[in-house]
Ligand binder design. Structure first.
Ligand SMILES: NC(=O)c1ccc[n+]([C@@H]2O[C@H](COP(=O)([O-])OP(=O)(O)OC[C@H]3O[C@@H](n4cnc5c(N)ncnc54)[C@H](O)[C@@H]3O)[C@@H](O)[C@H]2O)c1
Length: 421
């Protein structure tokens, strides 16, 4: 179930519907395409992940969601201009049947949108009750065994946890009093948790990463994860930076800029929403380079991130990175990356993988923050006091080892001395 039926959500749904008919391959999806090595390198046991884990099959998925505009998923996909007619036409009717439920929308959290398809109610607590009823009726009417929620809605303005987020009691009281610190996304998160539905926050705002949500998730045995899908520029950053660091090459400056022209770009043009994204995008380098341990290499790093709303490009985002690095004796070098990517094409496999893996995690009895899914996030949620792991390859190792552990298989340490004994 997807709060926010925009570019990312409709591209995800369309991809699954096409793949089910044999009309497309879900490139980018680890659950659909990757394998997992079991045992020794000489054992030759590398089943596909989708055969190894008891994942829900694509044929069994049913999609639903909410939006603050009434367009069905087909109309929204046309509006988003990510997929072409050759992909939308064969699934037109099926997509059009995905009609958004009315969204919960207090406009102060997303300043650039004026919603027309919204719920009304006397309090935020009443809004949560309506969302809970939506979840229950969707599951019932579609004969679903289980559900997963993935936030694909707009990025909300930046905020930090406050007193109302500190405990379950404080949050529920805040809902009853319509506390202004409780945002739209947090109301969805609370509704999912109350319905024992795992929930993922795909945006950079404060959605489910606050103490009350973690406490409720633990209490109700629900898996939560976030935040901010790791897709274009940050994906590459978490590939390149660990490589430079591994070889002890220094970095003095990293300038990242983007142009994008979709609705997400329009929302991020608001300084409050941009601030959420900026914080999320900037964190990775500090955690990878660890300047406190390597002052001479990374202590003076100047890191700047810009996003410019530029309508002509639509969803076809272009990102530039300029990296000023240095090597032996301090001699300077430069690295330029120009990524002509497609935002939603990179995000859709992340949404699918997270939905399937969160469902399997919850069935395996995992609850609270699912740090093993950091692989998919720009700002991975962690236990309090723990720094997030951003290096994509450590994240991948952690994720695959968690899969092995979940299925009672031996973990792989890559020590490998047994081959030489
Ligand atoms: N595409 C990527 O590469 C990527 C990467 C990381 C994060 N994200 C995040 O994913 C989210 C979706 O991106 P997108 O490109 O699909 O944006 P989009 O603007 O196309 O879609 C977002 C949808 O959410 C709806 N919405 C806003 N507030 C809502 C509410 N309270 N309830 C229900 N619906 C609501 C909007 O009307 C819109 O249709 C954004 O927050 C974005 O920052 C995207």
């Amino acid at each position: 179930m997807l709060p926010g039926l925009g570019a990312v959500a409709t591209t995800t749904i369309a991809g699954v519907l096409l793949a089910r008919r044999g009309l497309g391959t879900l490139f980018g999806s680890v659950t659909q395409l990757d394998t997992i090595r079991l045992g020794k390198r000489t054992d030759n046991r590398t089943p596909p992940i989708r055969a190894f884990l008891p994942l829900a099959s694509l044929d069994d998925l049913v999609f639903g969601g909410w939006d603050i505009f009434p367009e069905d998923a087909h109309e929204a996909a046309l509006h988003a201009k990510v997929l072409e007619h050759q992909h939308l036409d064969p699934i037109r009717d099926e997509l059009a049947r995905v009609r958004p439920m009315r969204g919960v929308f207090y406009p102060e959290y997303v300043k650039r949108l004026v919603g027309t398809h919204v719920k009304s109610g006397p309090s935020k607590a009443a809004m949560v009750e309506q969302l809970r009823e939506d979840v229950r009726s969707f599951v019932r009417d579609n004969g679903c065994a289980r559900a997963v929620g993935v936030w694909c809605g707009s990025t909300e303005v930046h905020s930090s946890p406050s007193a109302v987020h500190a405990s379950i009691g404080a949050f529920e009281e805040g809902l009853a009093k319509s506390d202004p610190h409780i945002s739209n996304a947090q109301m969805y998160a609370w509704a999912f948790l109350k319905e024992r539905v795992p929930f993922v926050n795909g945006a950079p705002h404060l959605g489910v990463d606050f103490p009350a949500a973690e406490l409720l998730a633990r209490e109700t045995g629900v898996a939560i994860a976030g935040k901010d899908f790791k897709t274009g520029q940050t994906l590459l950053k978490t590939v390149i930076a660990p490589g430079l660091k591994a070889r002890m090459l220094g970095v003095r400056g990293w300038f990242s800029t983007n142009i994008l022209g979709n609705r997400d770009g329009e929302v991020l043009d608001d300084p409050g929403s941009f601030r959420s994204k900026e914080i999320s995008k900037k964190g990775a380098l500090d955690y990878i380079f660890k300047p406190q341990e390597h002052q001479d290499l990374y202590g003076d790093l100047f890191h700047k991130v810009r996003i410019e709303y530029y309508p002509p490009r639509g969803d076809a985002k272009e990102g530039w990175d300029n990296i000023d690095l240095f090597g032996w004796l301090g001699y300077p070098m430069q690295l330029k990356i120009n990524f002509l990517c497609r935002d939603s094409i990179l995000a859709a496999p992340v949404v699918l993988d997270l939905a399937l893996l969160m469902d399997v995690a919850q069935r395996a009895g995992f609850s609270g923050t699912q740090e093993w899914l950091s692989f998919y996030f720009k700002s991975p949620m962690t236990a309090p006091g723990l720094y997030p792991e951003h290096d994509l390859f450590i994240q991948l190792m952690k994720m695959k080892n968690t899969m092995r552990w979940m299925m009672g298989q031996e973990l792989i340490t890559h020590l490998g001395n047994e081959y030489y004994d």
